[in-house]
Design a protein around this ligand. Structure first.
Ligand code: FA5
Length: 371
């Protein structure tokens, strides 16, 4: 019997007797590892003469192969036995209900954005977009707020250190109004658009968050007047809140880019929610006891200077514009008490206030129908 036969027999006995996977691994290392005995035999081949190698190589290769095969076979056997043992102890009760799969939901801000787009589409408005990282020329200058204008300071702007292409600064847009200018420049007049999107201000409390959502509206045409603006806002707010019974307060206001300017507030009542927290519920005049006004939007007739900045002739084209706080609309319609919770990502909040993907807002089924 040659040395190799002896080793093969000894190896196969030891492999068969290995008690567990770690003993098997120790044997693999002992025979086939870098410093292993069979690896050592393979190394001797390199030092042999070609004739000697031709004579001895097949036996050494066969030994390596038989040990490797025995190791694999024993490993498979052990794993199968382990699986058998596990299956014997585990049972599945097929009569139990299936575990609940985690469910996503549509965030109330996305839902309200879709509701708004649906209502405005019905009034003939197209959707326009603009960048969130904006140039201060579009965010301020072209909206009649030159560098030294005090209204710039009121916007609590986040600025970037980089210079803008036109020489000013780059910033996170503080409102969706720059889309007015971009769309007039790109498409000319007449125009009827809404521009939904994120805006940023360094501001935080229950009704202010540093990132929030606005929808800009812009109508540019011939002979547009304040009556068109008032009708559009009233029609839209009644469709959105799905009631004729809302009290709106139009307040004279000031925006550099509209003249005259009007802010619109809606009356709400304060109610104790199920969780004991106070909630704002739409309804009633804000002046009654226990009621208040929530500012929803700014609006006005587009200032002539903005029309000029956008390259149109203000003697030919007039228009109105408005900017709505989407998050506040969601708060009032669906009864949330704090804007900051909108962006905490708390799954309990999301599953409570979120919508099913089947709740597609349509005018026929009701823009706010919740399944
Ligand atoms: C503006 O941003 C103007 N661009 C609106 C406008 C557009 C006026 C077109 C005229 C013509 P204001 O800063 O008031 O205006 O913001 C508009 C609305 O955004 C507010 O009425 C409010 O509903 C909402 N809003 C403002 N700041 C916050 C905030 N920090 N968090 C949540 N909502 C806010």
């Amino acid at each position: 019997m040659s040395d190799h036969q002896l080793t093969a027999q000894e190896a196969s006995t030891r492999i068969a007797e290995a008690a567990d996977l770690s003993a098997l691994e120790a044997l693999r290392v002992e025979y086939l590892g870098k410093q292993g005995s069979i690896s050592g035999l393979l190394k001797t081949l390199g030092k042999m003469s070609p004739e000697e190698r031709q004579e001895k190589a097949p036996a050494i290769q066969a030994l390596r192969q038989s040990v490797a095969d025995a190791l694999t076979a024993r490993k498979d056997e052990m794993e199968a036995a382990e699986l058998e043992a596990r299956l014997a102890t585990e049972t599945i009760d097929l009569t139990l209900p299936a575990p609940q799969a985690p469910k996503g939901s549509v965030h109330p801000v996305s839902q309200v954005m879709d509701e708004l787009a649906e209502i405005f589409a019905d009034l003939g408005f197209a959707v326009a977009t603009g960048p969130e990282i904006e140039d201060d020329w579009y965010n301020f200058t072209a909206l009649n707020m030159p560098e030294s204008h005090p209204a710039r300071a009121m916007h609590d702007t986040f600025y970037f250190p980089d210079a803008a292409p036109k020489g000013g600064k780059m910033l996170l847009r503080t409102h969706t109004s720059p889309v007015q200018v971009r769309t007039m420049m790109a498409e000319g007049a007449p125009l009827r658009i809404i521009a939904p999107g994120r805006v940023y201000r360094s501001d935080s409390d229950a009704t202010h968050t540093p990132m929030f959502h606005q929808i800009e509206g812009l109508v540019i045409d011939r002979d547009i007047h304040l009556g068109h603006l008032k009708w559009t806002l009233e029609t839209f707010l009644k469709a959105f809140f799905e009631t004729e019974d809302i009290v709106l307060r139009l307040r004279p206001s000031y925006f550099p880019f509209t003249e005259p300017s009007v802010e619109v507030d809606v009356g709400f009542a304060i109610e104790n929610g199920q969780d004991g927290k106070l909630r704002r519920i739409l309804g009633g005049s804000g002046d009654e006891p226990g009621h208040g006004w929530m500012e929803l939007l700014g609006s006005g007739m587009v200032n002539r200077r903005v029309i000029e900045f956008a390259g149109l002739d203000p003697d030919e084209w007039q228009g109105f514009a408005f900017g709505l706080g989407v998050d506040r609309l969601a708060m009032l319609k669906y009864g949330m008490d704090d804007l900051r919770a909108f962006f905490d990502g708390d799954s309990r909040w999301l599953s409570h206030y979120g919508f099913s993907p089947f709740d597609q807002p349509t005018l026929s089924a009701g823009v706010g129908a919740k399944a």
